[in-house]
Design a protein around this ligand. Structure first.
Ligand code: M6R
Length: 592
């Protein structure tokens, strides 16, 4: 949802900004731009489209400026065009701003400033920041920015540079992520850690309500009242390699293939502390799972496990629906927020409002130091490493590890139940050896316009996840349904042009799923199965079949989802689509 980056030091800023932007491109790729302070002038270059368009525009230009800011946009206010691309400037072109998030009261500010004679160039909410900073400037950028934030409502992170103080960046965090990177004689800011990894591993994630005053020789952090704060830096342990493609055509494919390791790494986190947790689900009346997208699907699977092993009722809600609901939530409830990024606005804000109502907030996040991590009473980490592909894959299976561990931590047999998980990395590897076969199957269906995914019990959320993967990267309309619900309406959609992916491992509902599969065949639907190897009965019903090694019922989602990830990937790649950065999407959605 937009990425921002900034550099001040002694090296050419442009190179740092472009490398940083490439690593932030997953956050938005409608347009990109940079602003540099050179000889007391602002040099601004913006292009519609991806970072490569910006790089092309800058090709061959020798820009020696050593301070600058950059932006990659996911449009919220104003169409996708060069005028609306960031950085935005004040009227005199002395202040430039890049911004991630939304200024909710921008209309009010805009009208007020227009009455003072200010003329706007763009249709964005961001431009008001540039004008306000310019109007508030009395010789000190930090003071001008602090005055400006007192006028803003919304959730945002932004950075400002000015021709008047060439070696200084002032950046603010309130609701959207911002990380400071510390170097020797140079300092950085970015929306996310991977943008900083080529330059430094020493970072300070800012908290909401903080402002950083960045110069080549230091980074001072203040609150919005201008009080200086002392904050410790942390060392990032990810290496740069894990944020690169490593020979795979796309990040998504690499991340699918990383799953044996990422499941294993997440599991190790529990093994190393004897599977024990600092709280007990049993102390609560209910668990309220709050999440979006893929993380929501993981939560739906967690519900079955937690209810089975902890005996505590679980409700799973879309975060965007919970925040403004009157759901009676209080001290007796545990809110379990699941988020890869730990920055998703819907998840964070709904979880925080439940915390305000008295609930205990536990989160499952992949990004250590993210807002949700810091805002929660307890955090459980997925150790999946950076996930760059917009479509979540390895973080889903890592979230399942944490949810399963959380559920079985209440069972007397927790050790033997956890031991079962130790075999999962090996089984995922076995599924991955089928990749070429899955590719062949996927290519047969790439020209279809619709698909239906069916599952029951633990396979129902997997059906939802399979359908989400397909639609987000291949733009093929796909819906997931509980297989038993088909007869209550959706079965009307089935005809000889409808591929139906049925997820049917041998579990407690296997026979029922087979009956639903027969119902599809009776209406001439094209059946594609995901089930156990050796399940000849199911296989014989299907036109195509993707096998997984037989495992205990509980563990089936770890394996059934993998062929569906590959199925979606190969289709989208065959269609020539941008798998890692599908249209209209952003990896981290920091607006509501
Ligand atoms: O970072 P989060 O887990 O909070 O993100 C939630 C969703 O935005 C995310 O899962 C999204 O649905 C992905 N594009 C799914 O592949």
């Amino acid at each position: 949802m937009c990425g921002i980056v900034g550099y001040t030091g002694s090296a050419p800023a442009l190179l740092v900004l472009l490398q940083g932007l490439e690593r932030l491109e997953y956050r938005g790729y409608d347009s990109a731009g940079v602003a540099l302070v050179e000889n007391h002038h602002l040099l601004i270059e913006k292009r519609v489209g991806k970072i490569r368009e910006l790089i092309r525009a800058l090709w061959g230009k020798e820009l020696k400026a050593t301070t600058g800011i950059g932006h990659t946009r996911w449009a919220t206010h104003g169409e996708v065009c060069e005028l609306n691309a960031h950085p935005h400037t004040d009227e005199r072109g002395e202040f430039a701003v890049v911004h991630n998030g939304i200024i909710e009261n921008y209309r009010e500010i805009k009208e007020e400033l227009e009455k003072l004679g200010v003329r706007y160039k763009s249709a964005t909410d961001t431009e008001v920041i540039a004008h306000l900073v310019a109007l508030n400037y009395e010789g000190d950028l930090l003071s001008a920015v602090l005055k400006t934030v007192s006028r803003l409502r919304g959730a945002y992170a932004f950075a400002v540079i000015t021709t008047k103080e060439p070696n200084r960046i002032v950046a603010v965090k309130y609701g959207s992520p911002l990380v400071v990177g510390l170097g020797k004689g140079e300092n950085f800011i970015a929306s996310d850690i991977p943008a900083l990894l080529p330059f430094t591993r020493d970072v300070i994630p800012l908290d909401d309500g903080e402002v950083v005053d960045l110069r080549p020789d230091g980074a001072l952090i203040y609150d919005f009242e201008g009080n200086l704060k002392t904050k410790e830096s942390m060392r990032v342990l990810w290496d740069i390699i894990s944020a690169e493609k490593g020979g795979f055509k796309h990040f998504m494919l690499k991340e699918i293939f990383e799953q044996p390791r990422t499941v294993g790494d997440t599991l190790k986190g529990f093994v190393s502390r004897d599977y024990s947790l600092p709280f007990s689900l049993k102390d609560f009346r209910r668990v309220l799972v709050v999440a979006c997208g893929t993380s929501y699907h993981a939560g739906l699977i967690g519900k079955y496990w937690i209810e089975k092993y902890a005996g505590v009722p679980v409700e799973v809600v879309y975060a965007s629906e919970l925040r403004y609901s009157d759901s009676p939530v209080g001290e007796e409830d545990l809110v379990l927020a699941i988020s890869q990024s730990g920055e998703t606005a819907d998840t964070r804000f709904s979880a925080l409002s439940m915390k305000e109502r008295g609930a205990t907030l536990v989160s499952i996040v992949n990004v250590m130091g993210s807002a949700l991590d810091r805002e929660s009473d307890y955090t459980l980490y997925t150790h999946a490493g950076p996930e760059i592909g917009v479509a979540a894959t390895k973080t889903f299976t890592a979230q399942l590890v944490v949810l399963y561990a959380l559920a079985v931590s209440h069972s007397k047999e927790k050790e033997s139940l956890m031991d079962r998980l130790l075999r999962i990395p090996h089984f995922i590897e076995e599924v991955l050896t089928q990749a070429e076969k899955i590719k062949e199957i996927a290519l047969k269906y790439a020209e279809y316009k619709n698909a239906i995914y069916l599952g029951r019990y633990l396979s129902y959320p997997v059906a939802l996840e399979g359908a989400l993967k397909l639609k987000e990267i291949s733009y093929i309309h796909a819906e997931g349904y509980p297989a038993g619900e088909m007869k209550h309406g959706p079965i009307a959609l089935i005809d000889e042009k409808m591929p139906v992916v049925a997820i049917g491992p041998k579990d407690r509902v296997h026979e029922k799923l087979l009956s639903n599969a027969e119902e599809v065949l009776a209406r001439k639907g094209i059946l594609i199965g995901v089930g156990f190897e050796g399940d000849e009965k199911f296989k014989s019903l299907c036109r195509d079949y993707m096998g997984i090694p037989p495992v205990e019922e509980d563990l089936t989602p770890f394996l059934t989802v993998v062929p569906l990830q590959l199925f979606a990937y190969y289709m989208a790649d065959y269609l020539g689509l941008d798998v890692d950065q599908p249209r209209n999407l952003a990896k981290t959605v920091t607006v509501e």
